[in-house]
Design a protein around this ligand. Structure first.
Ligand SMILES: [Fe+2]
Length: 347
């Protein structure tokens, strides 16, 4: 006896018709072509079968007692599991209005009974192929999106690494402020979270804070590490660093105005800051946040010419200048962090 070789599975089709003879005919034609066929003799059973195990295509009779074909199609399009399954109506109603209604409900095709076997098979084949192509395209788009996201994450990580390396170079020349930028960045980020800034904004703020003093690379090392008070001329040189930092950072194409954040970190709300004497909300929020974090960290830490003044002195200072030099909301967020949430400057 010869072993019967099964035909390759060309697709899973749900055939629906309330007339047993019609359903049988449909099923036989499809099976003979190698399709895997499931059948349902009512709208309710069809909907149940399609929901439990979605087929690749549905051939759906229109006039049936109970749930008719239009209702089955409508429900299928409403639910997540069956929304994308293509539906072909197979009906003896050849009226144009009926056909239009079928398409409006989301069907991909409409075959009139009695149908030609070849025509039915051609339509089934076409819609199965179309649907598979669509799925493949969606998968490709998803894959591409994922790999783009991964390379963007790698790029961001590299960016942070390079920026941290630059920051470390600057701090190497200035042992008294080693770690200053990193601690400012952490505090600024915590304040931003407290203020409810978006993740994207916080990311840009963090990068800017890590390099906010990069312009100090142009200041002679002996001034940076000078143990005594600075002369007026020396102080003028130090005041150049936001502008110099801006010049260095503006060459890098960031998705945030990092160079502006760096340039504005010594600006004060009342116009008393430098280099541009900007006022109020002219100063970018990120720069207003770095300004507060910078002052708190600088006052709390040791300096060549004085010991650390402690966190309480720093908080008193920013409270006293709340709304004159420093942004009130930013100051309040910083105070909440230290006083209520027990935030500590990292060492
Ligand atoms: Fe600075």
């Amino acid at each position: 006896m010869l072993n019967q070789i099964p035909l390759p599975n060309k697709g899973v089709i749900l055939a629906v018709d309330d007339t047993p003879a019609s359903l049988r005919l449909l099923t036989d034609i499809l099976k003979a072509e190698g399709y895997e066929v499931r059948s349902a003799i009512s709208g309710e059973l069809a909907l149940h079968a399609a929901t439990v195990q979605p087929p690749e295509l549905v051939l759906l009779d229109v006039s049936m007692p109970g749930l008719n074909g239009f209702e089955v199609c409508q429900r299928m399009k409403e639910q997540e599991q069956t929304r994308d399954v293509p539906v072909i109506f197979v009906s003896s109603m050849s009226d144009t209005q009926e056909k239009l209604k079928g398409f409006e409900l989301g069907a991909v095709d409409y075959v009139t009974k009695p149908f030609q076997r070849e025509e039915l098979l051609a339509r089934v084949h076409t819609h199965l192929e179309l649907n598979r192509l669509r799925h493949r395209l969606e998968d490709m788009v998803e894959d591409r999106t994922r790999s783009l996201q991964i390379s963007e994450m790698k790029l961001r990580a590299n960016l942070l690494e390079s920026i941290s390396a630059i920051a470390a170079t600057v701090e190497m020349r200035d042992p008294y402020t080693a770690g200053h930028q990193r601690r400012v960045a952490m505090l600024a980020t915590a304040i931003a979270h407290e203020l409810g800034l978006s993740q994207h904004q916080i990311e840009g703020l963090h990068l800017a804070a890590v390099v906010h003093d990069v312009g100090k690379i142009k200041i002679p090392a002996e001034i940076l590490s000078k143990p005594g008070r600075l002369t007026e001329l020396e102080f003028e040189l130090i005041k150049q660093h936001p502008q110099d930092g801006y010049e260095i950072v503006k060459e890098v194409d960031f998705p945030w105005p990092i160079a502006q954040f760096v340039r504005q970190h010594h600006e004060r709300l009342d116009g008393s800051g430098y280099p541009d004497g900007m006022k109020g909300e002219e100063i970018l929020l990120e720069a207003r946040i770095i300004a507060v974090a910078d002052v708190i960290e600088a006052m709390a830490s040791h300096r060549p010419y004085r010991p650390g003044l402690g966190i309480e002195a720093a908080l008193t200072e920013i409270s006293a200048k709340r709304d004159t030099m420093f942004d009130a909301a930013v100051v309040d967020a910083a105070l909440r962090l230290f006083r209520e949430k027990h935030y500590q400057l990292h060492s």
